[in-house]
Design a protein around this ligand. Structure first.
Ligand SMILES: [Zn+2]
Length: 177
């Protein structure tokens, strides 16, 4: 019985403490939510497009906005390719040590894979720029609906709406599995 009373007292105390705590301001965690925005576009100091009221989708201004992003992105990738090619040329002088050479070959292999990815990405960017010229940009290749500004800000080379993209990824997984 004594124990029960003690427990009760303790419980009451905790309650009191909790009550005192409650009014205190909770420090909200300012961990930024990972949204789709703020990736590619912000890299080039280009603020997300703010459409005017009743502005039609893929208006002149919007097309120009994405053209700027895509051009800046492409330029960035091209200079990256140049930079690494130069580094590789500089470093590819004969290394006497076999181990050094092996390490260097490994590094080069990684470099080449990266270059390959970049070239593919540059090609995709060029296709998007072409789509802007043809005014096909911003619409899903599969179903034809609007891909949406938010998705395009995050993925300026997107050619599928989020639904078709998700579906395509599921199918790809099934085919590979
Ligand atoms: Zn679609």
């Amino acid at each position: 019985m004594a124990n029960d009373n003690q427990n009760q007292v303790l419980d009451e105390q905790t309650e009191v403490i909790d009550d005192q705590k409650a009014p205190a301001k909770r420090v909200r965690k300012t961990k930024p939510k990972s949204t789709e925005s703020g990736t590619t576009a912000s890299l080039f100091g280009i603020a997300p497009y703010q459409p005017k009221k009743n502005e039609e989708y893929m208006s002149e201004g919007q097309l120009e906005h994405f053209r700027q992003i895509l051009n800046a992105w492409k330029a960035e990738l091209m200079s990256e390719v140049d930079r690494t090619l130069n580094t590789m040329q500089d470093e590819s002088t004969a290394l006497p040590d076999v181990n050094d050479r092996a390490t260097q070959e490994e590094e080069f292999a990684i470099e080449l894979r990266t270059r390959d990815r970049e070239r593919k990405l540059i090609r995709k960017i060029e296709q998007s720029i072409e789509a802007i010229q043809n005014e096909d940009y911003g619409f899903c290749e599969t179903c034809g609906i609007e891909i949406g500004l938010r998705r395009l800000e995050a993925r300026p080379t997107a050619t599928l709406c989020i639904d078709c993209k998700t579906l395509a990824e599921i199918k790809e997984k099934q085919n590979n599995g």
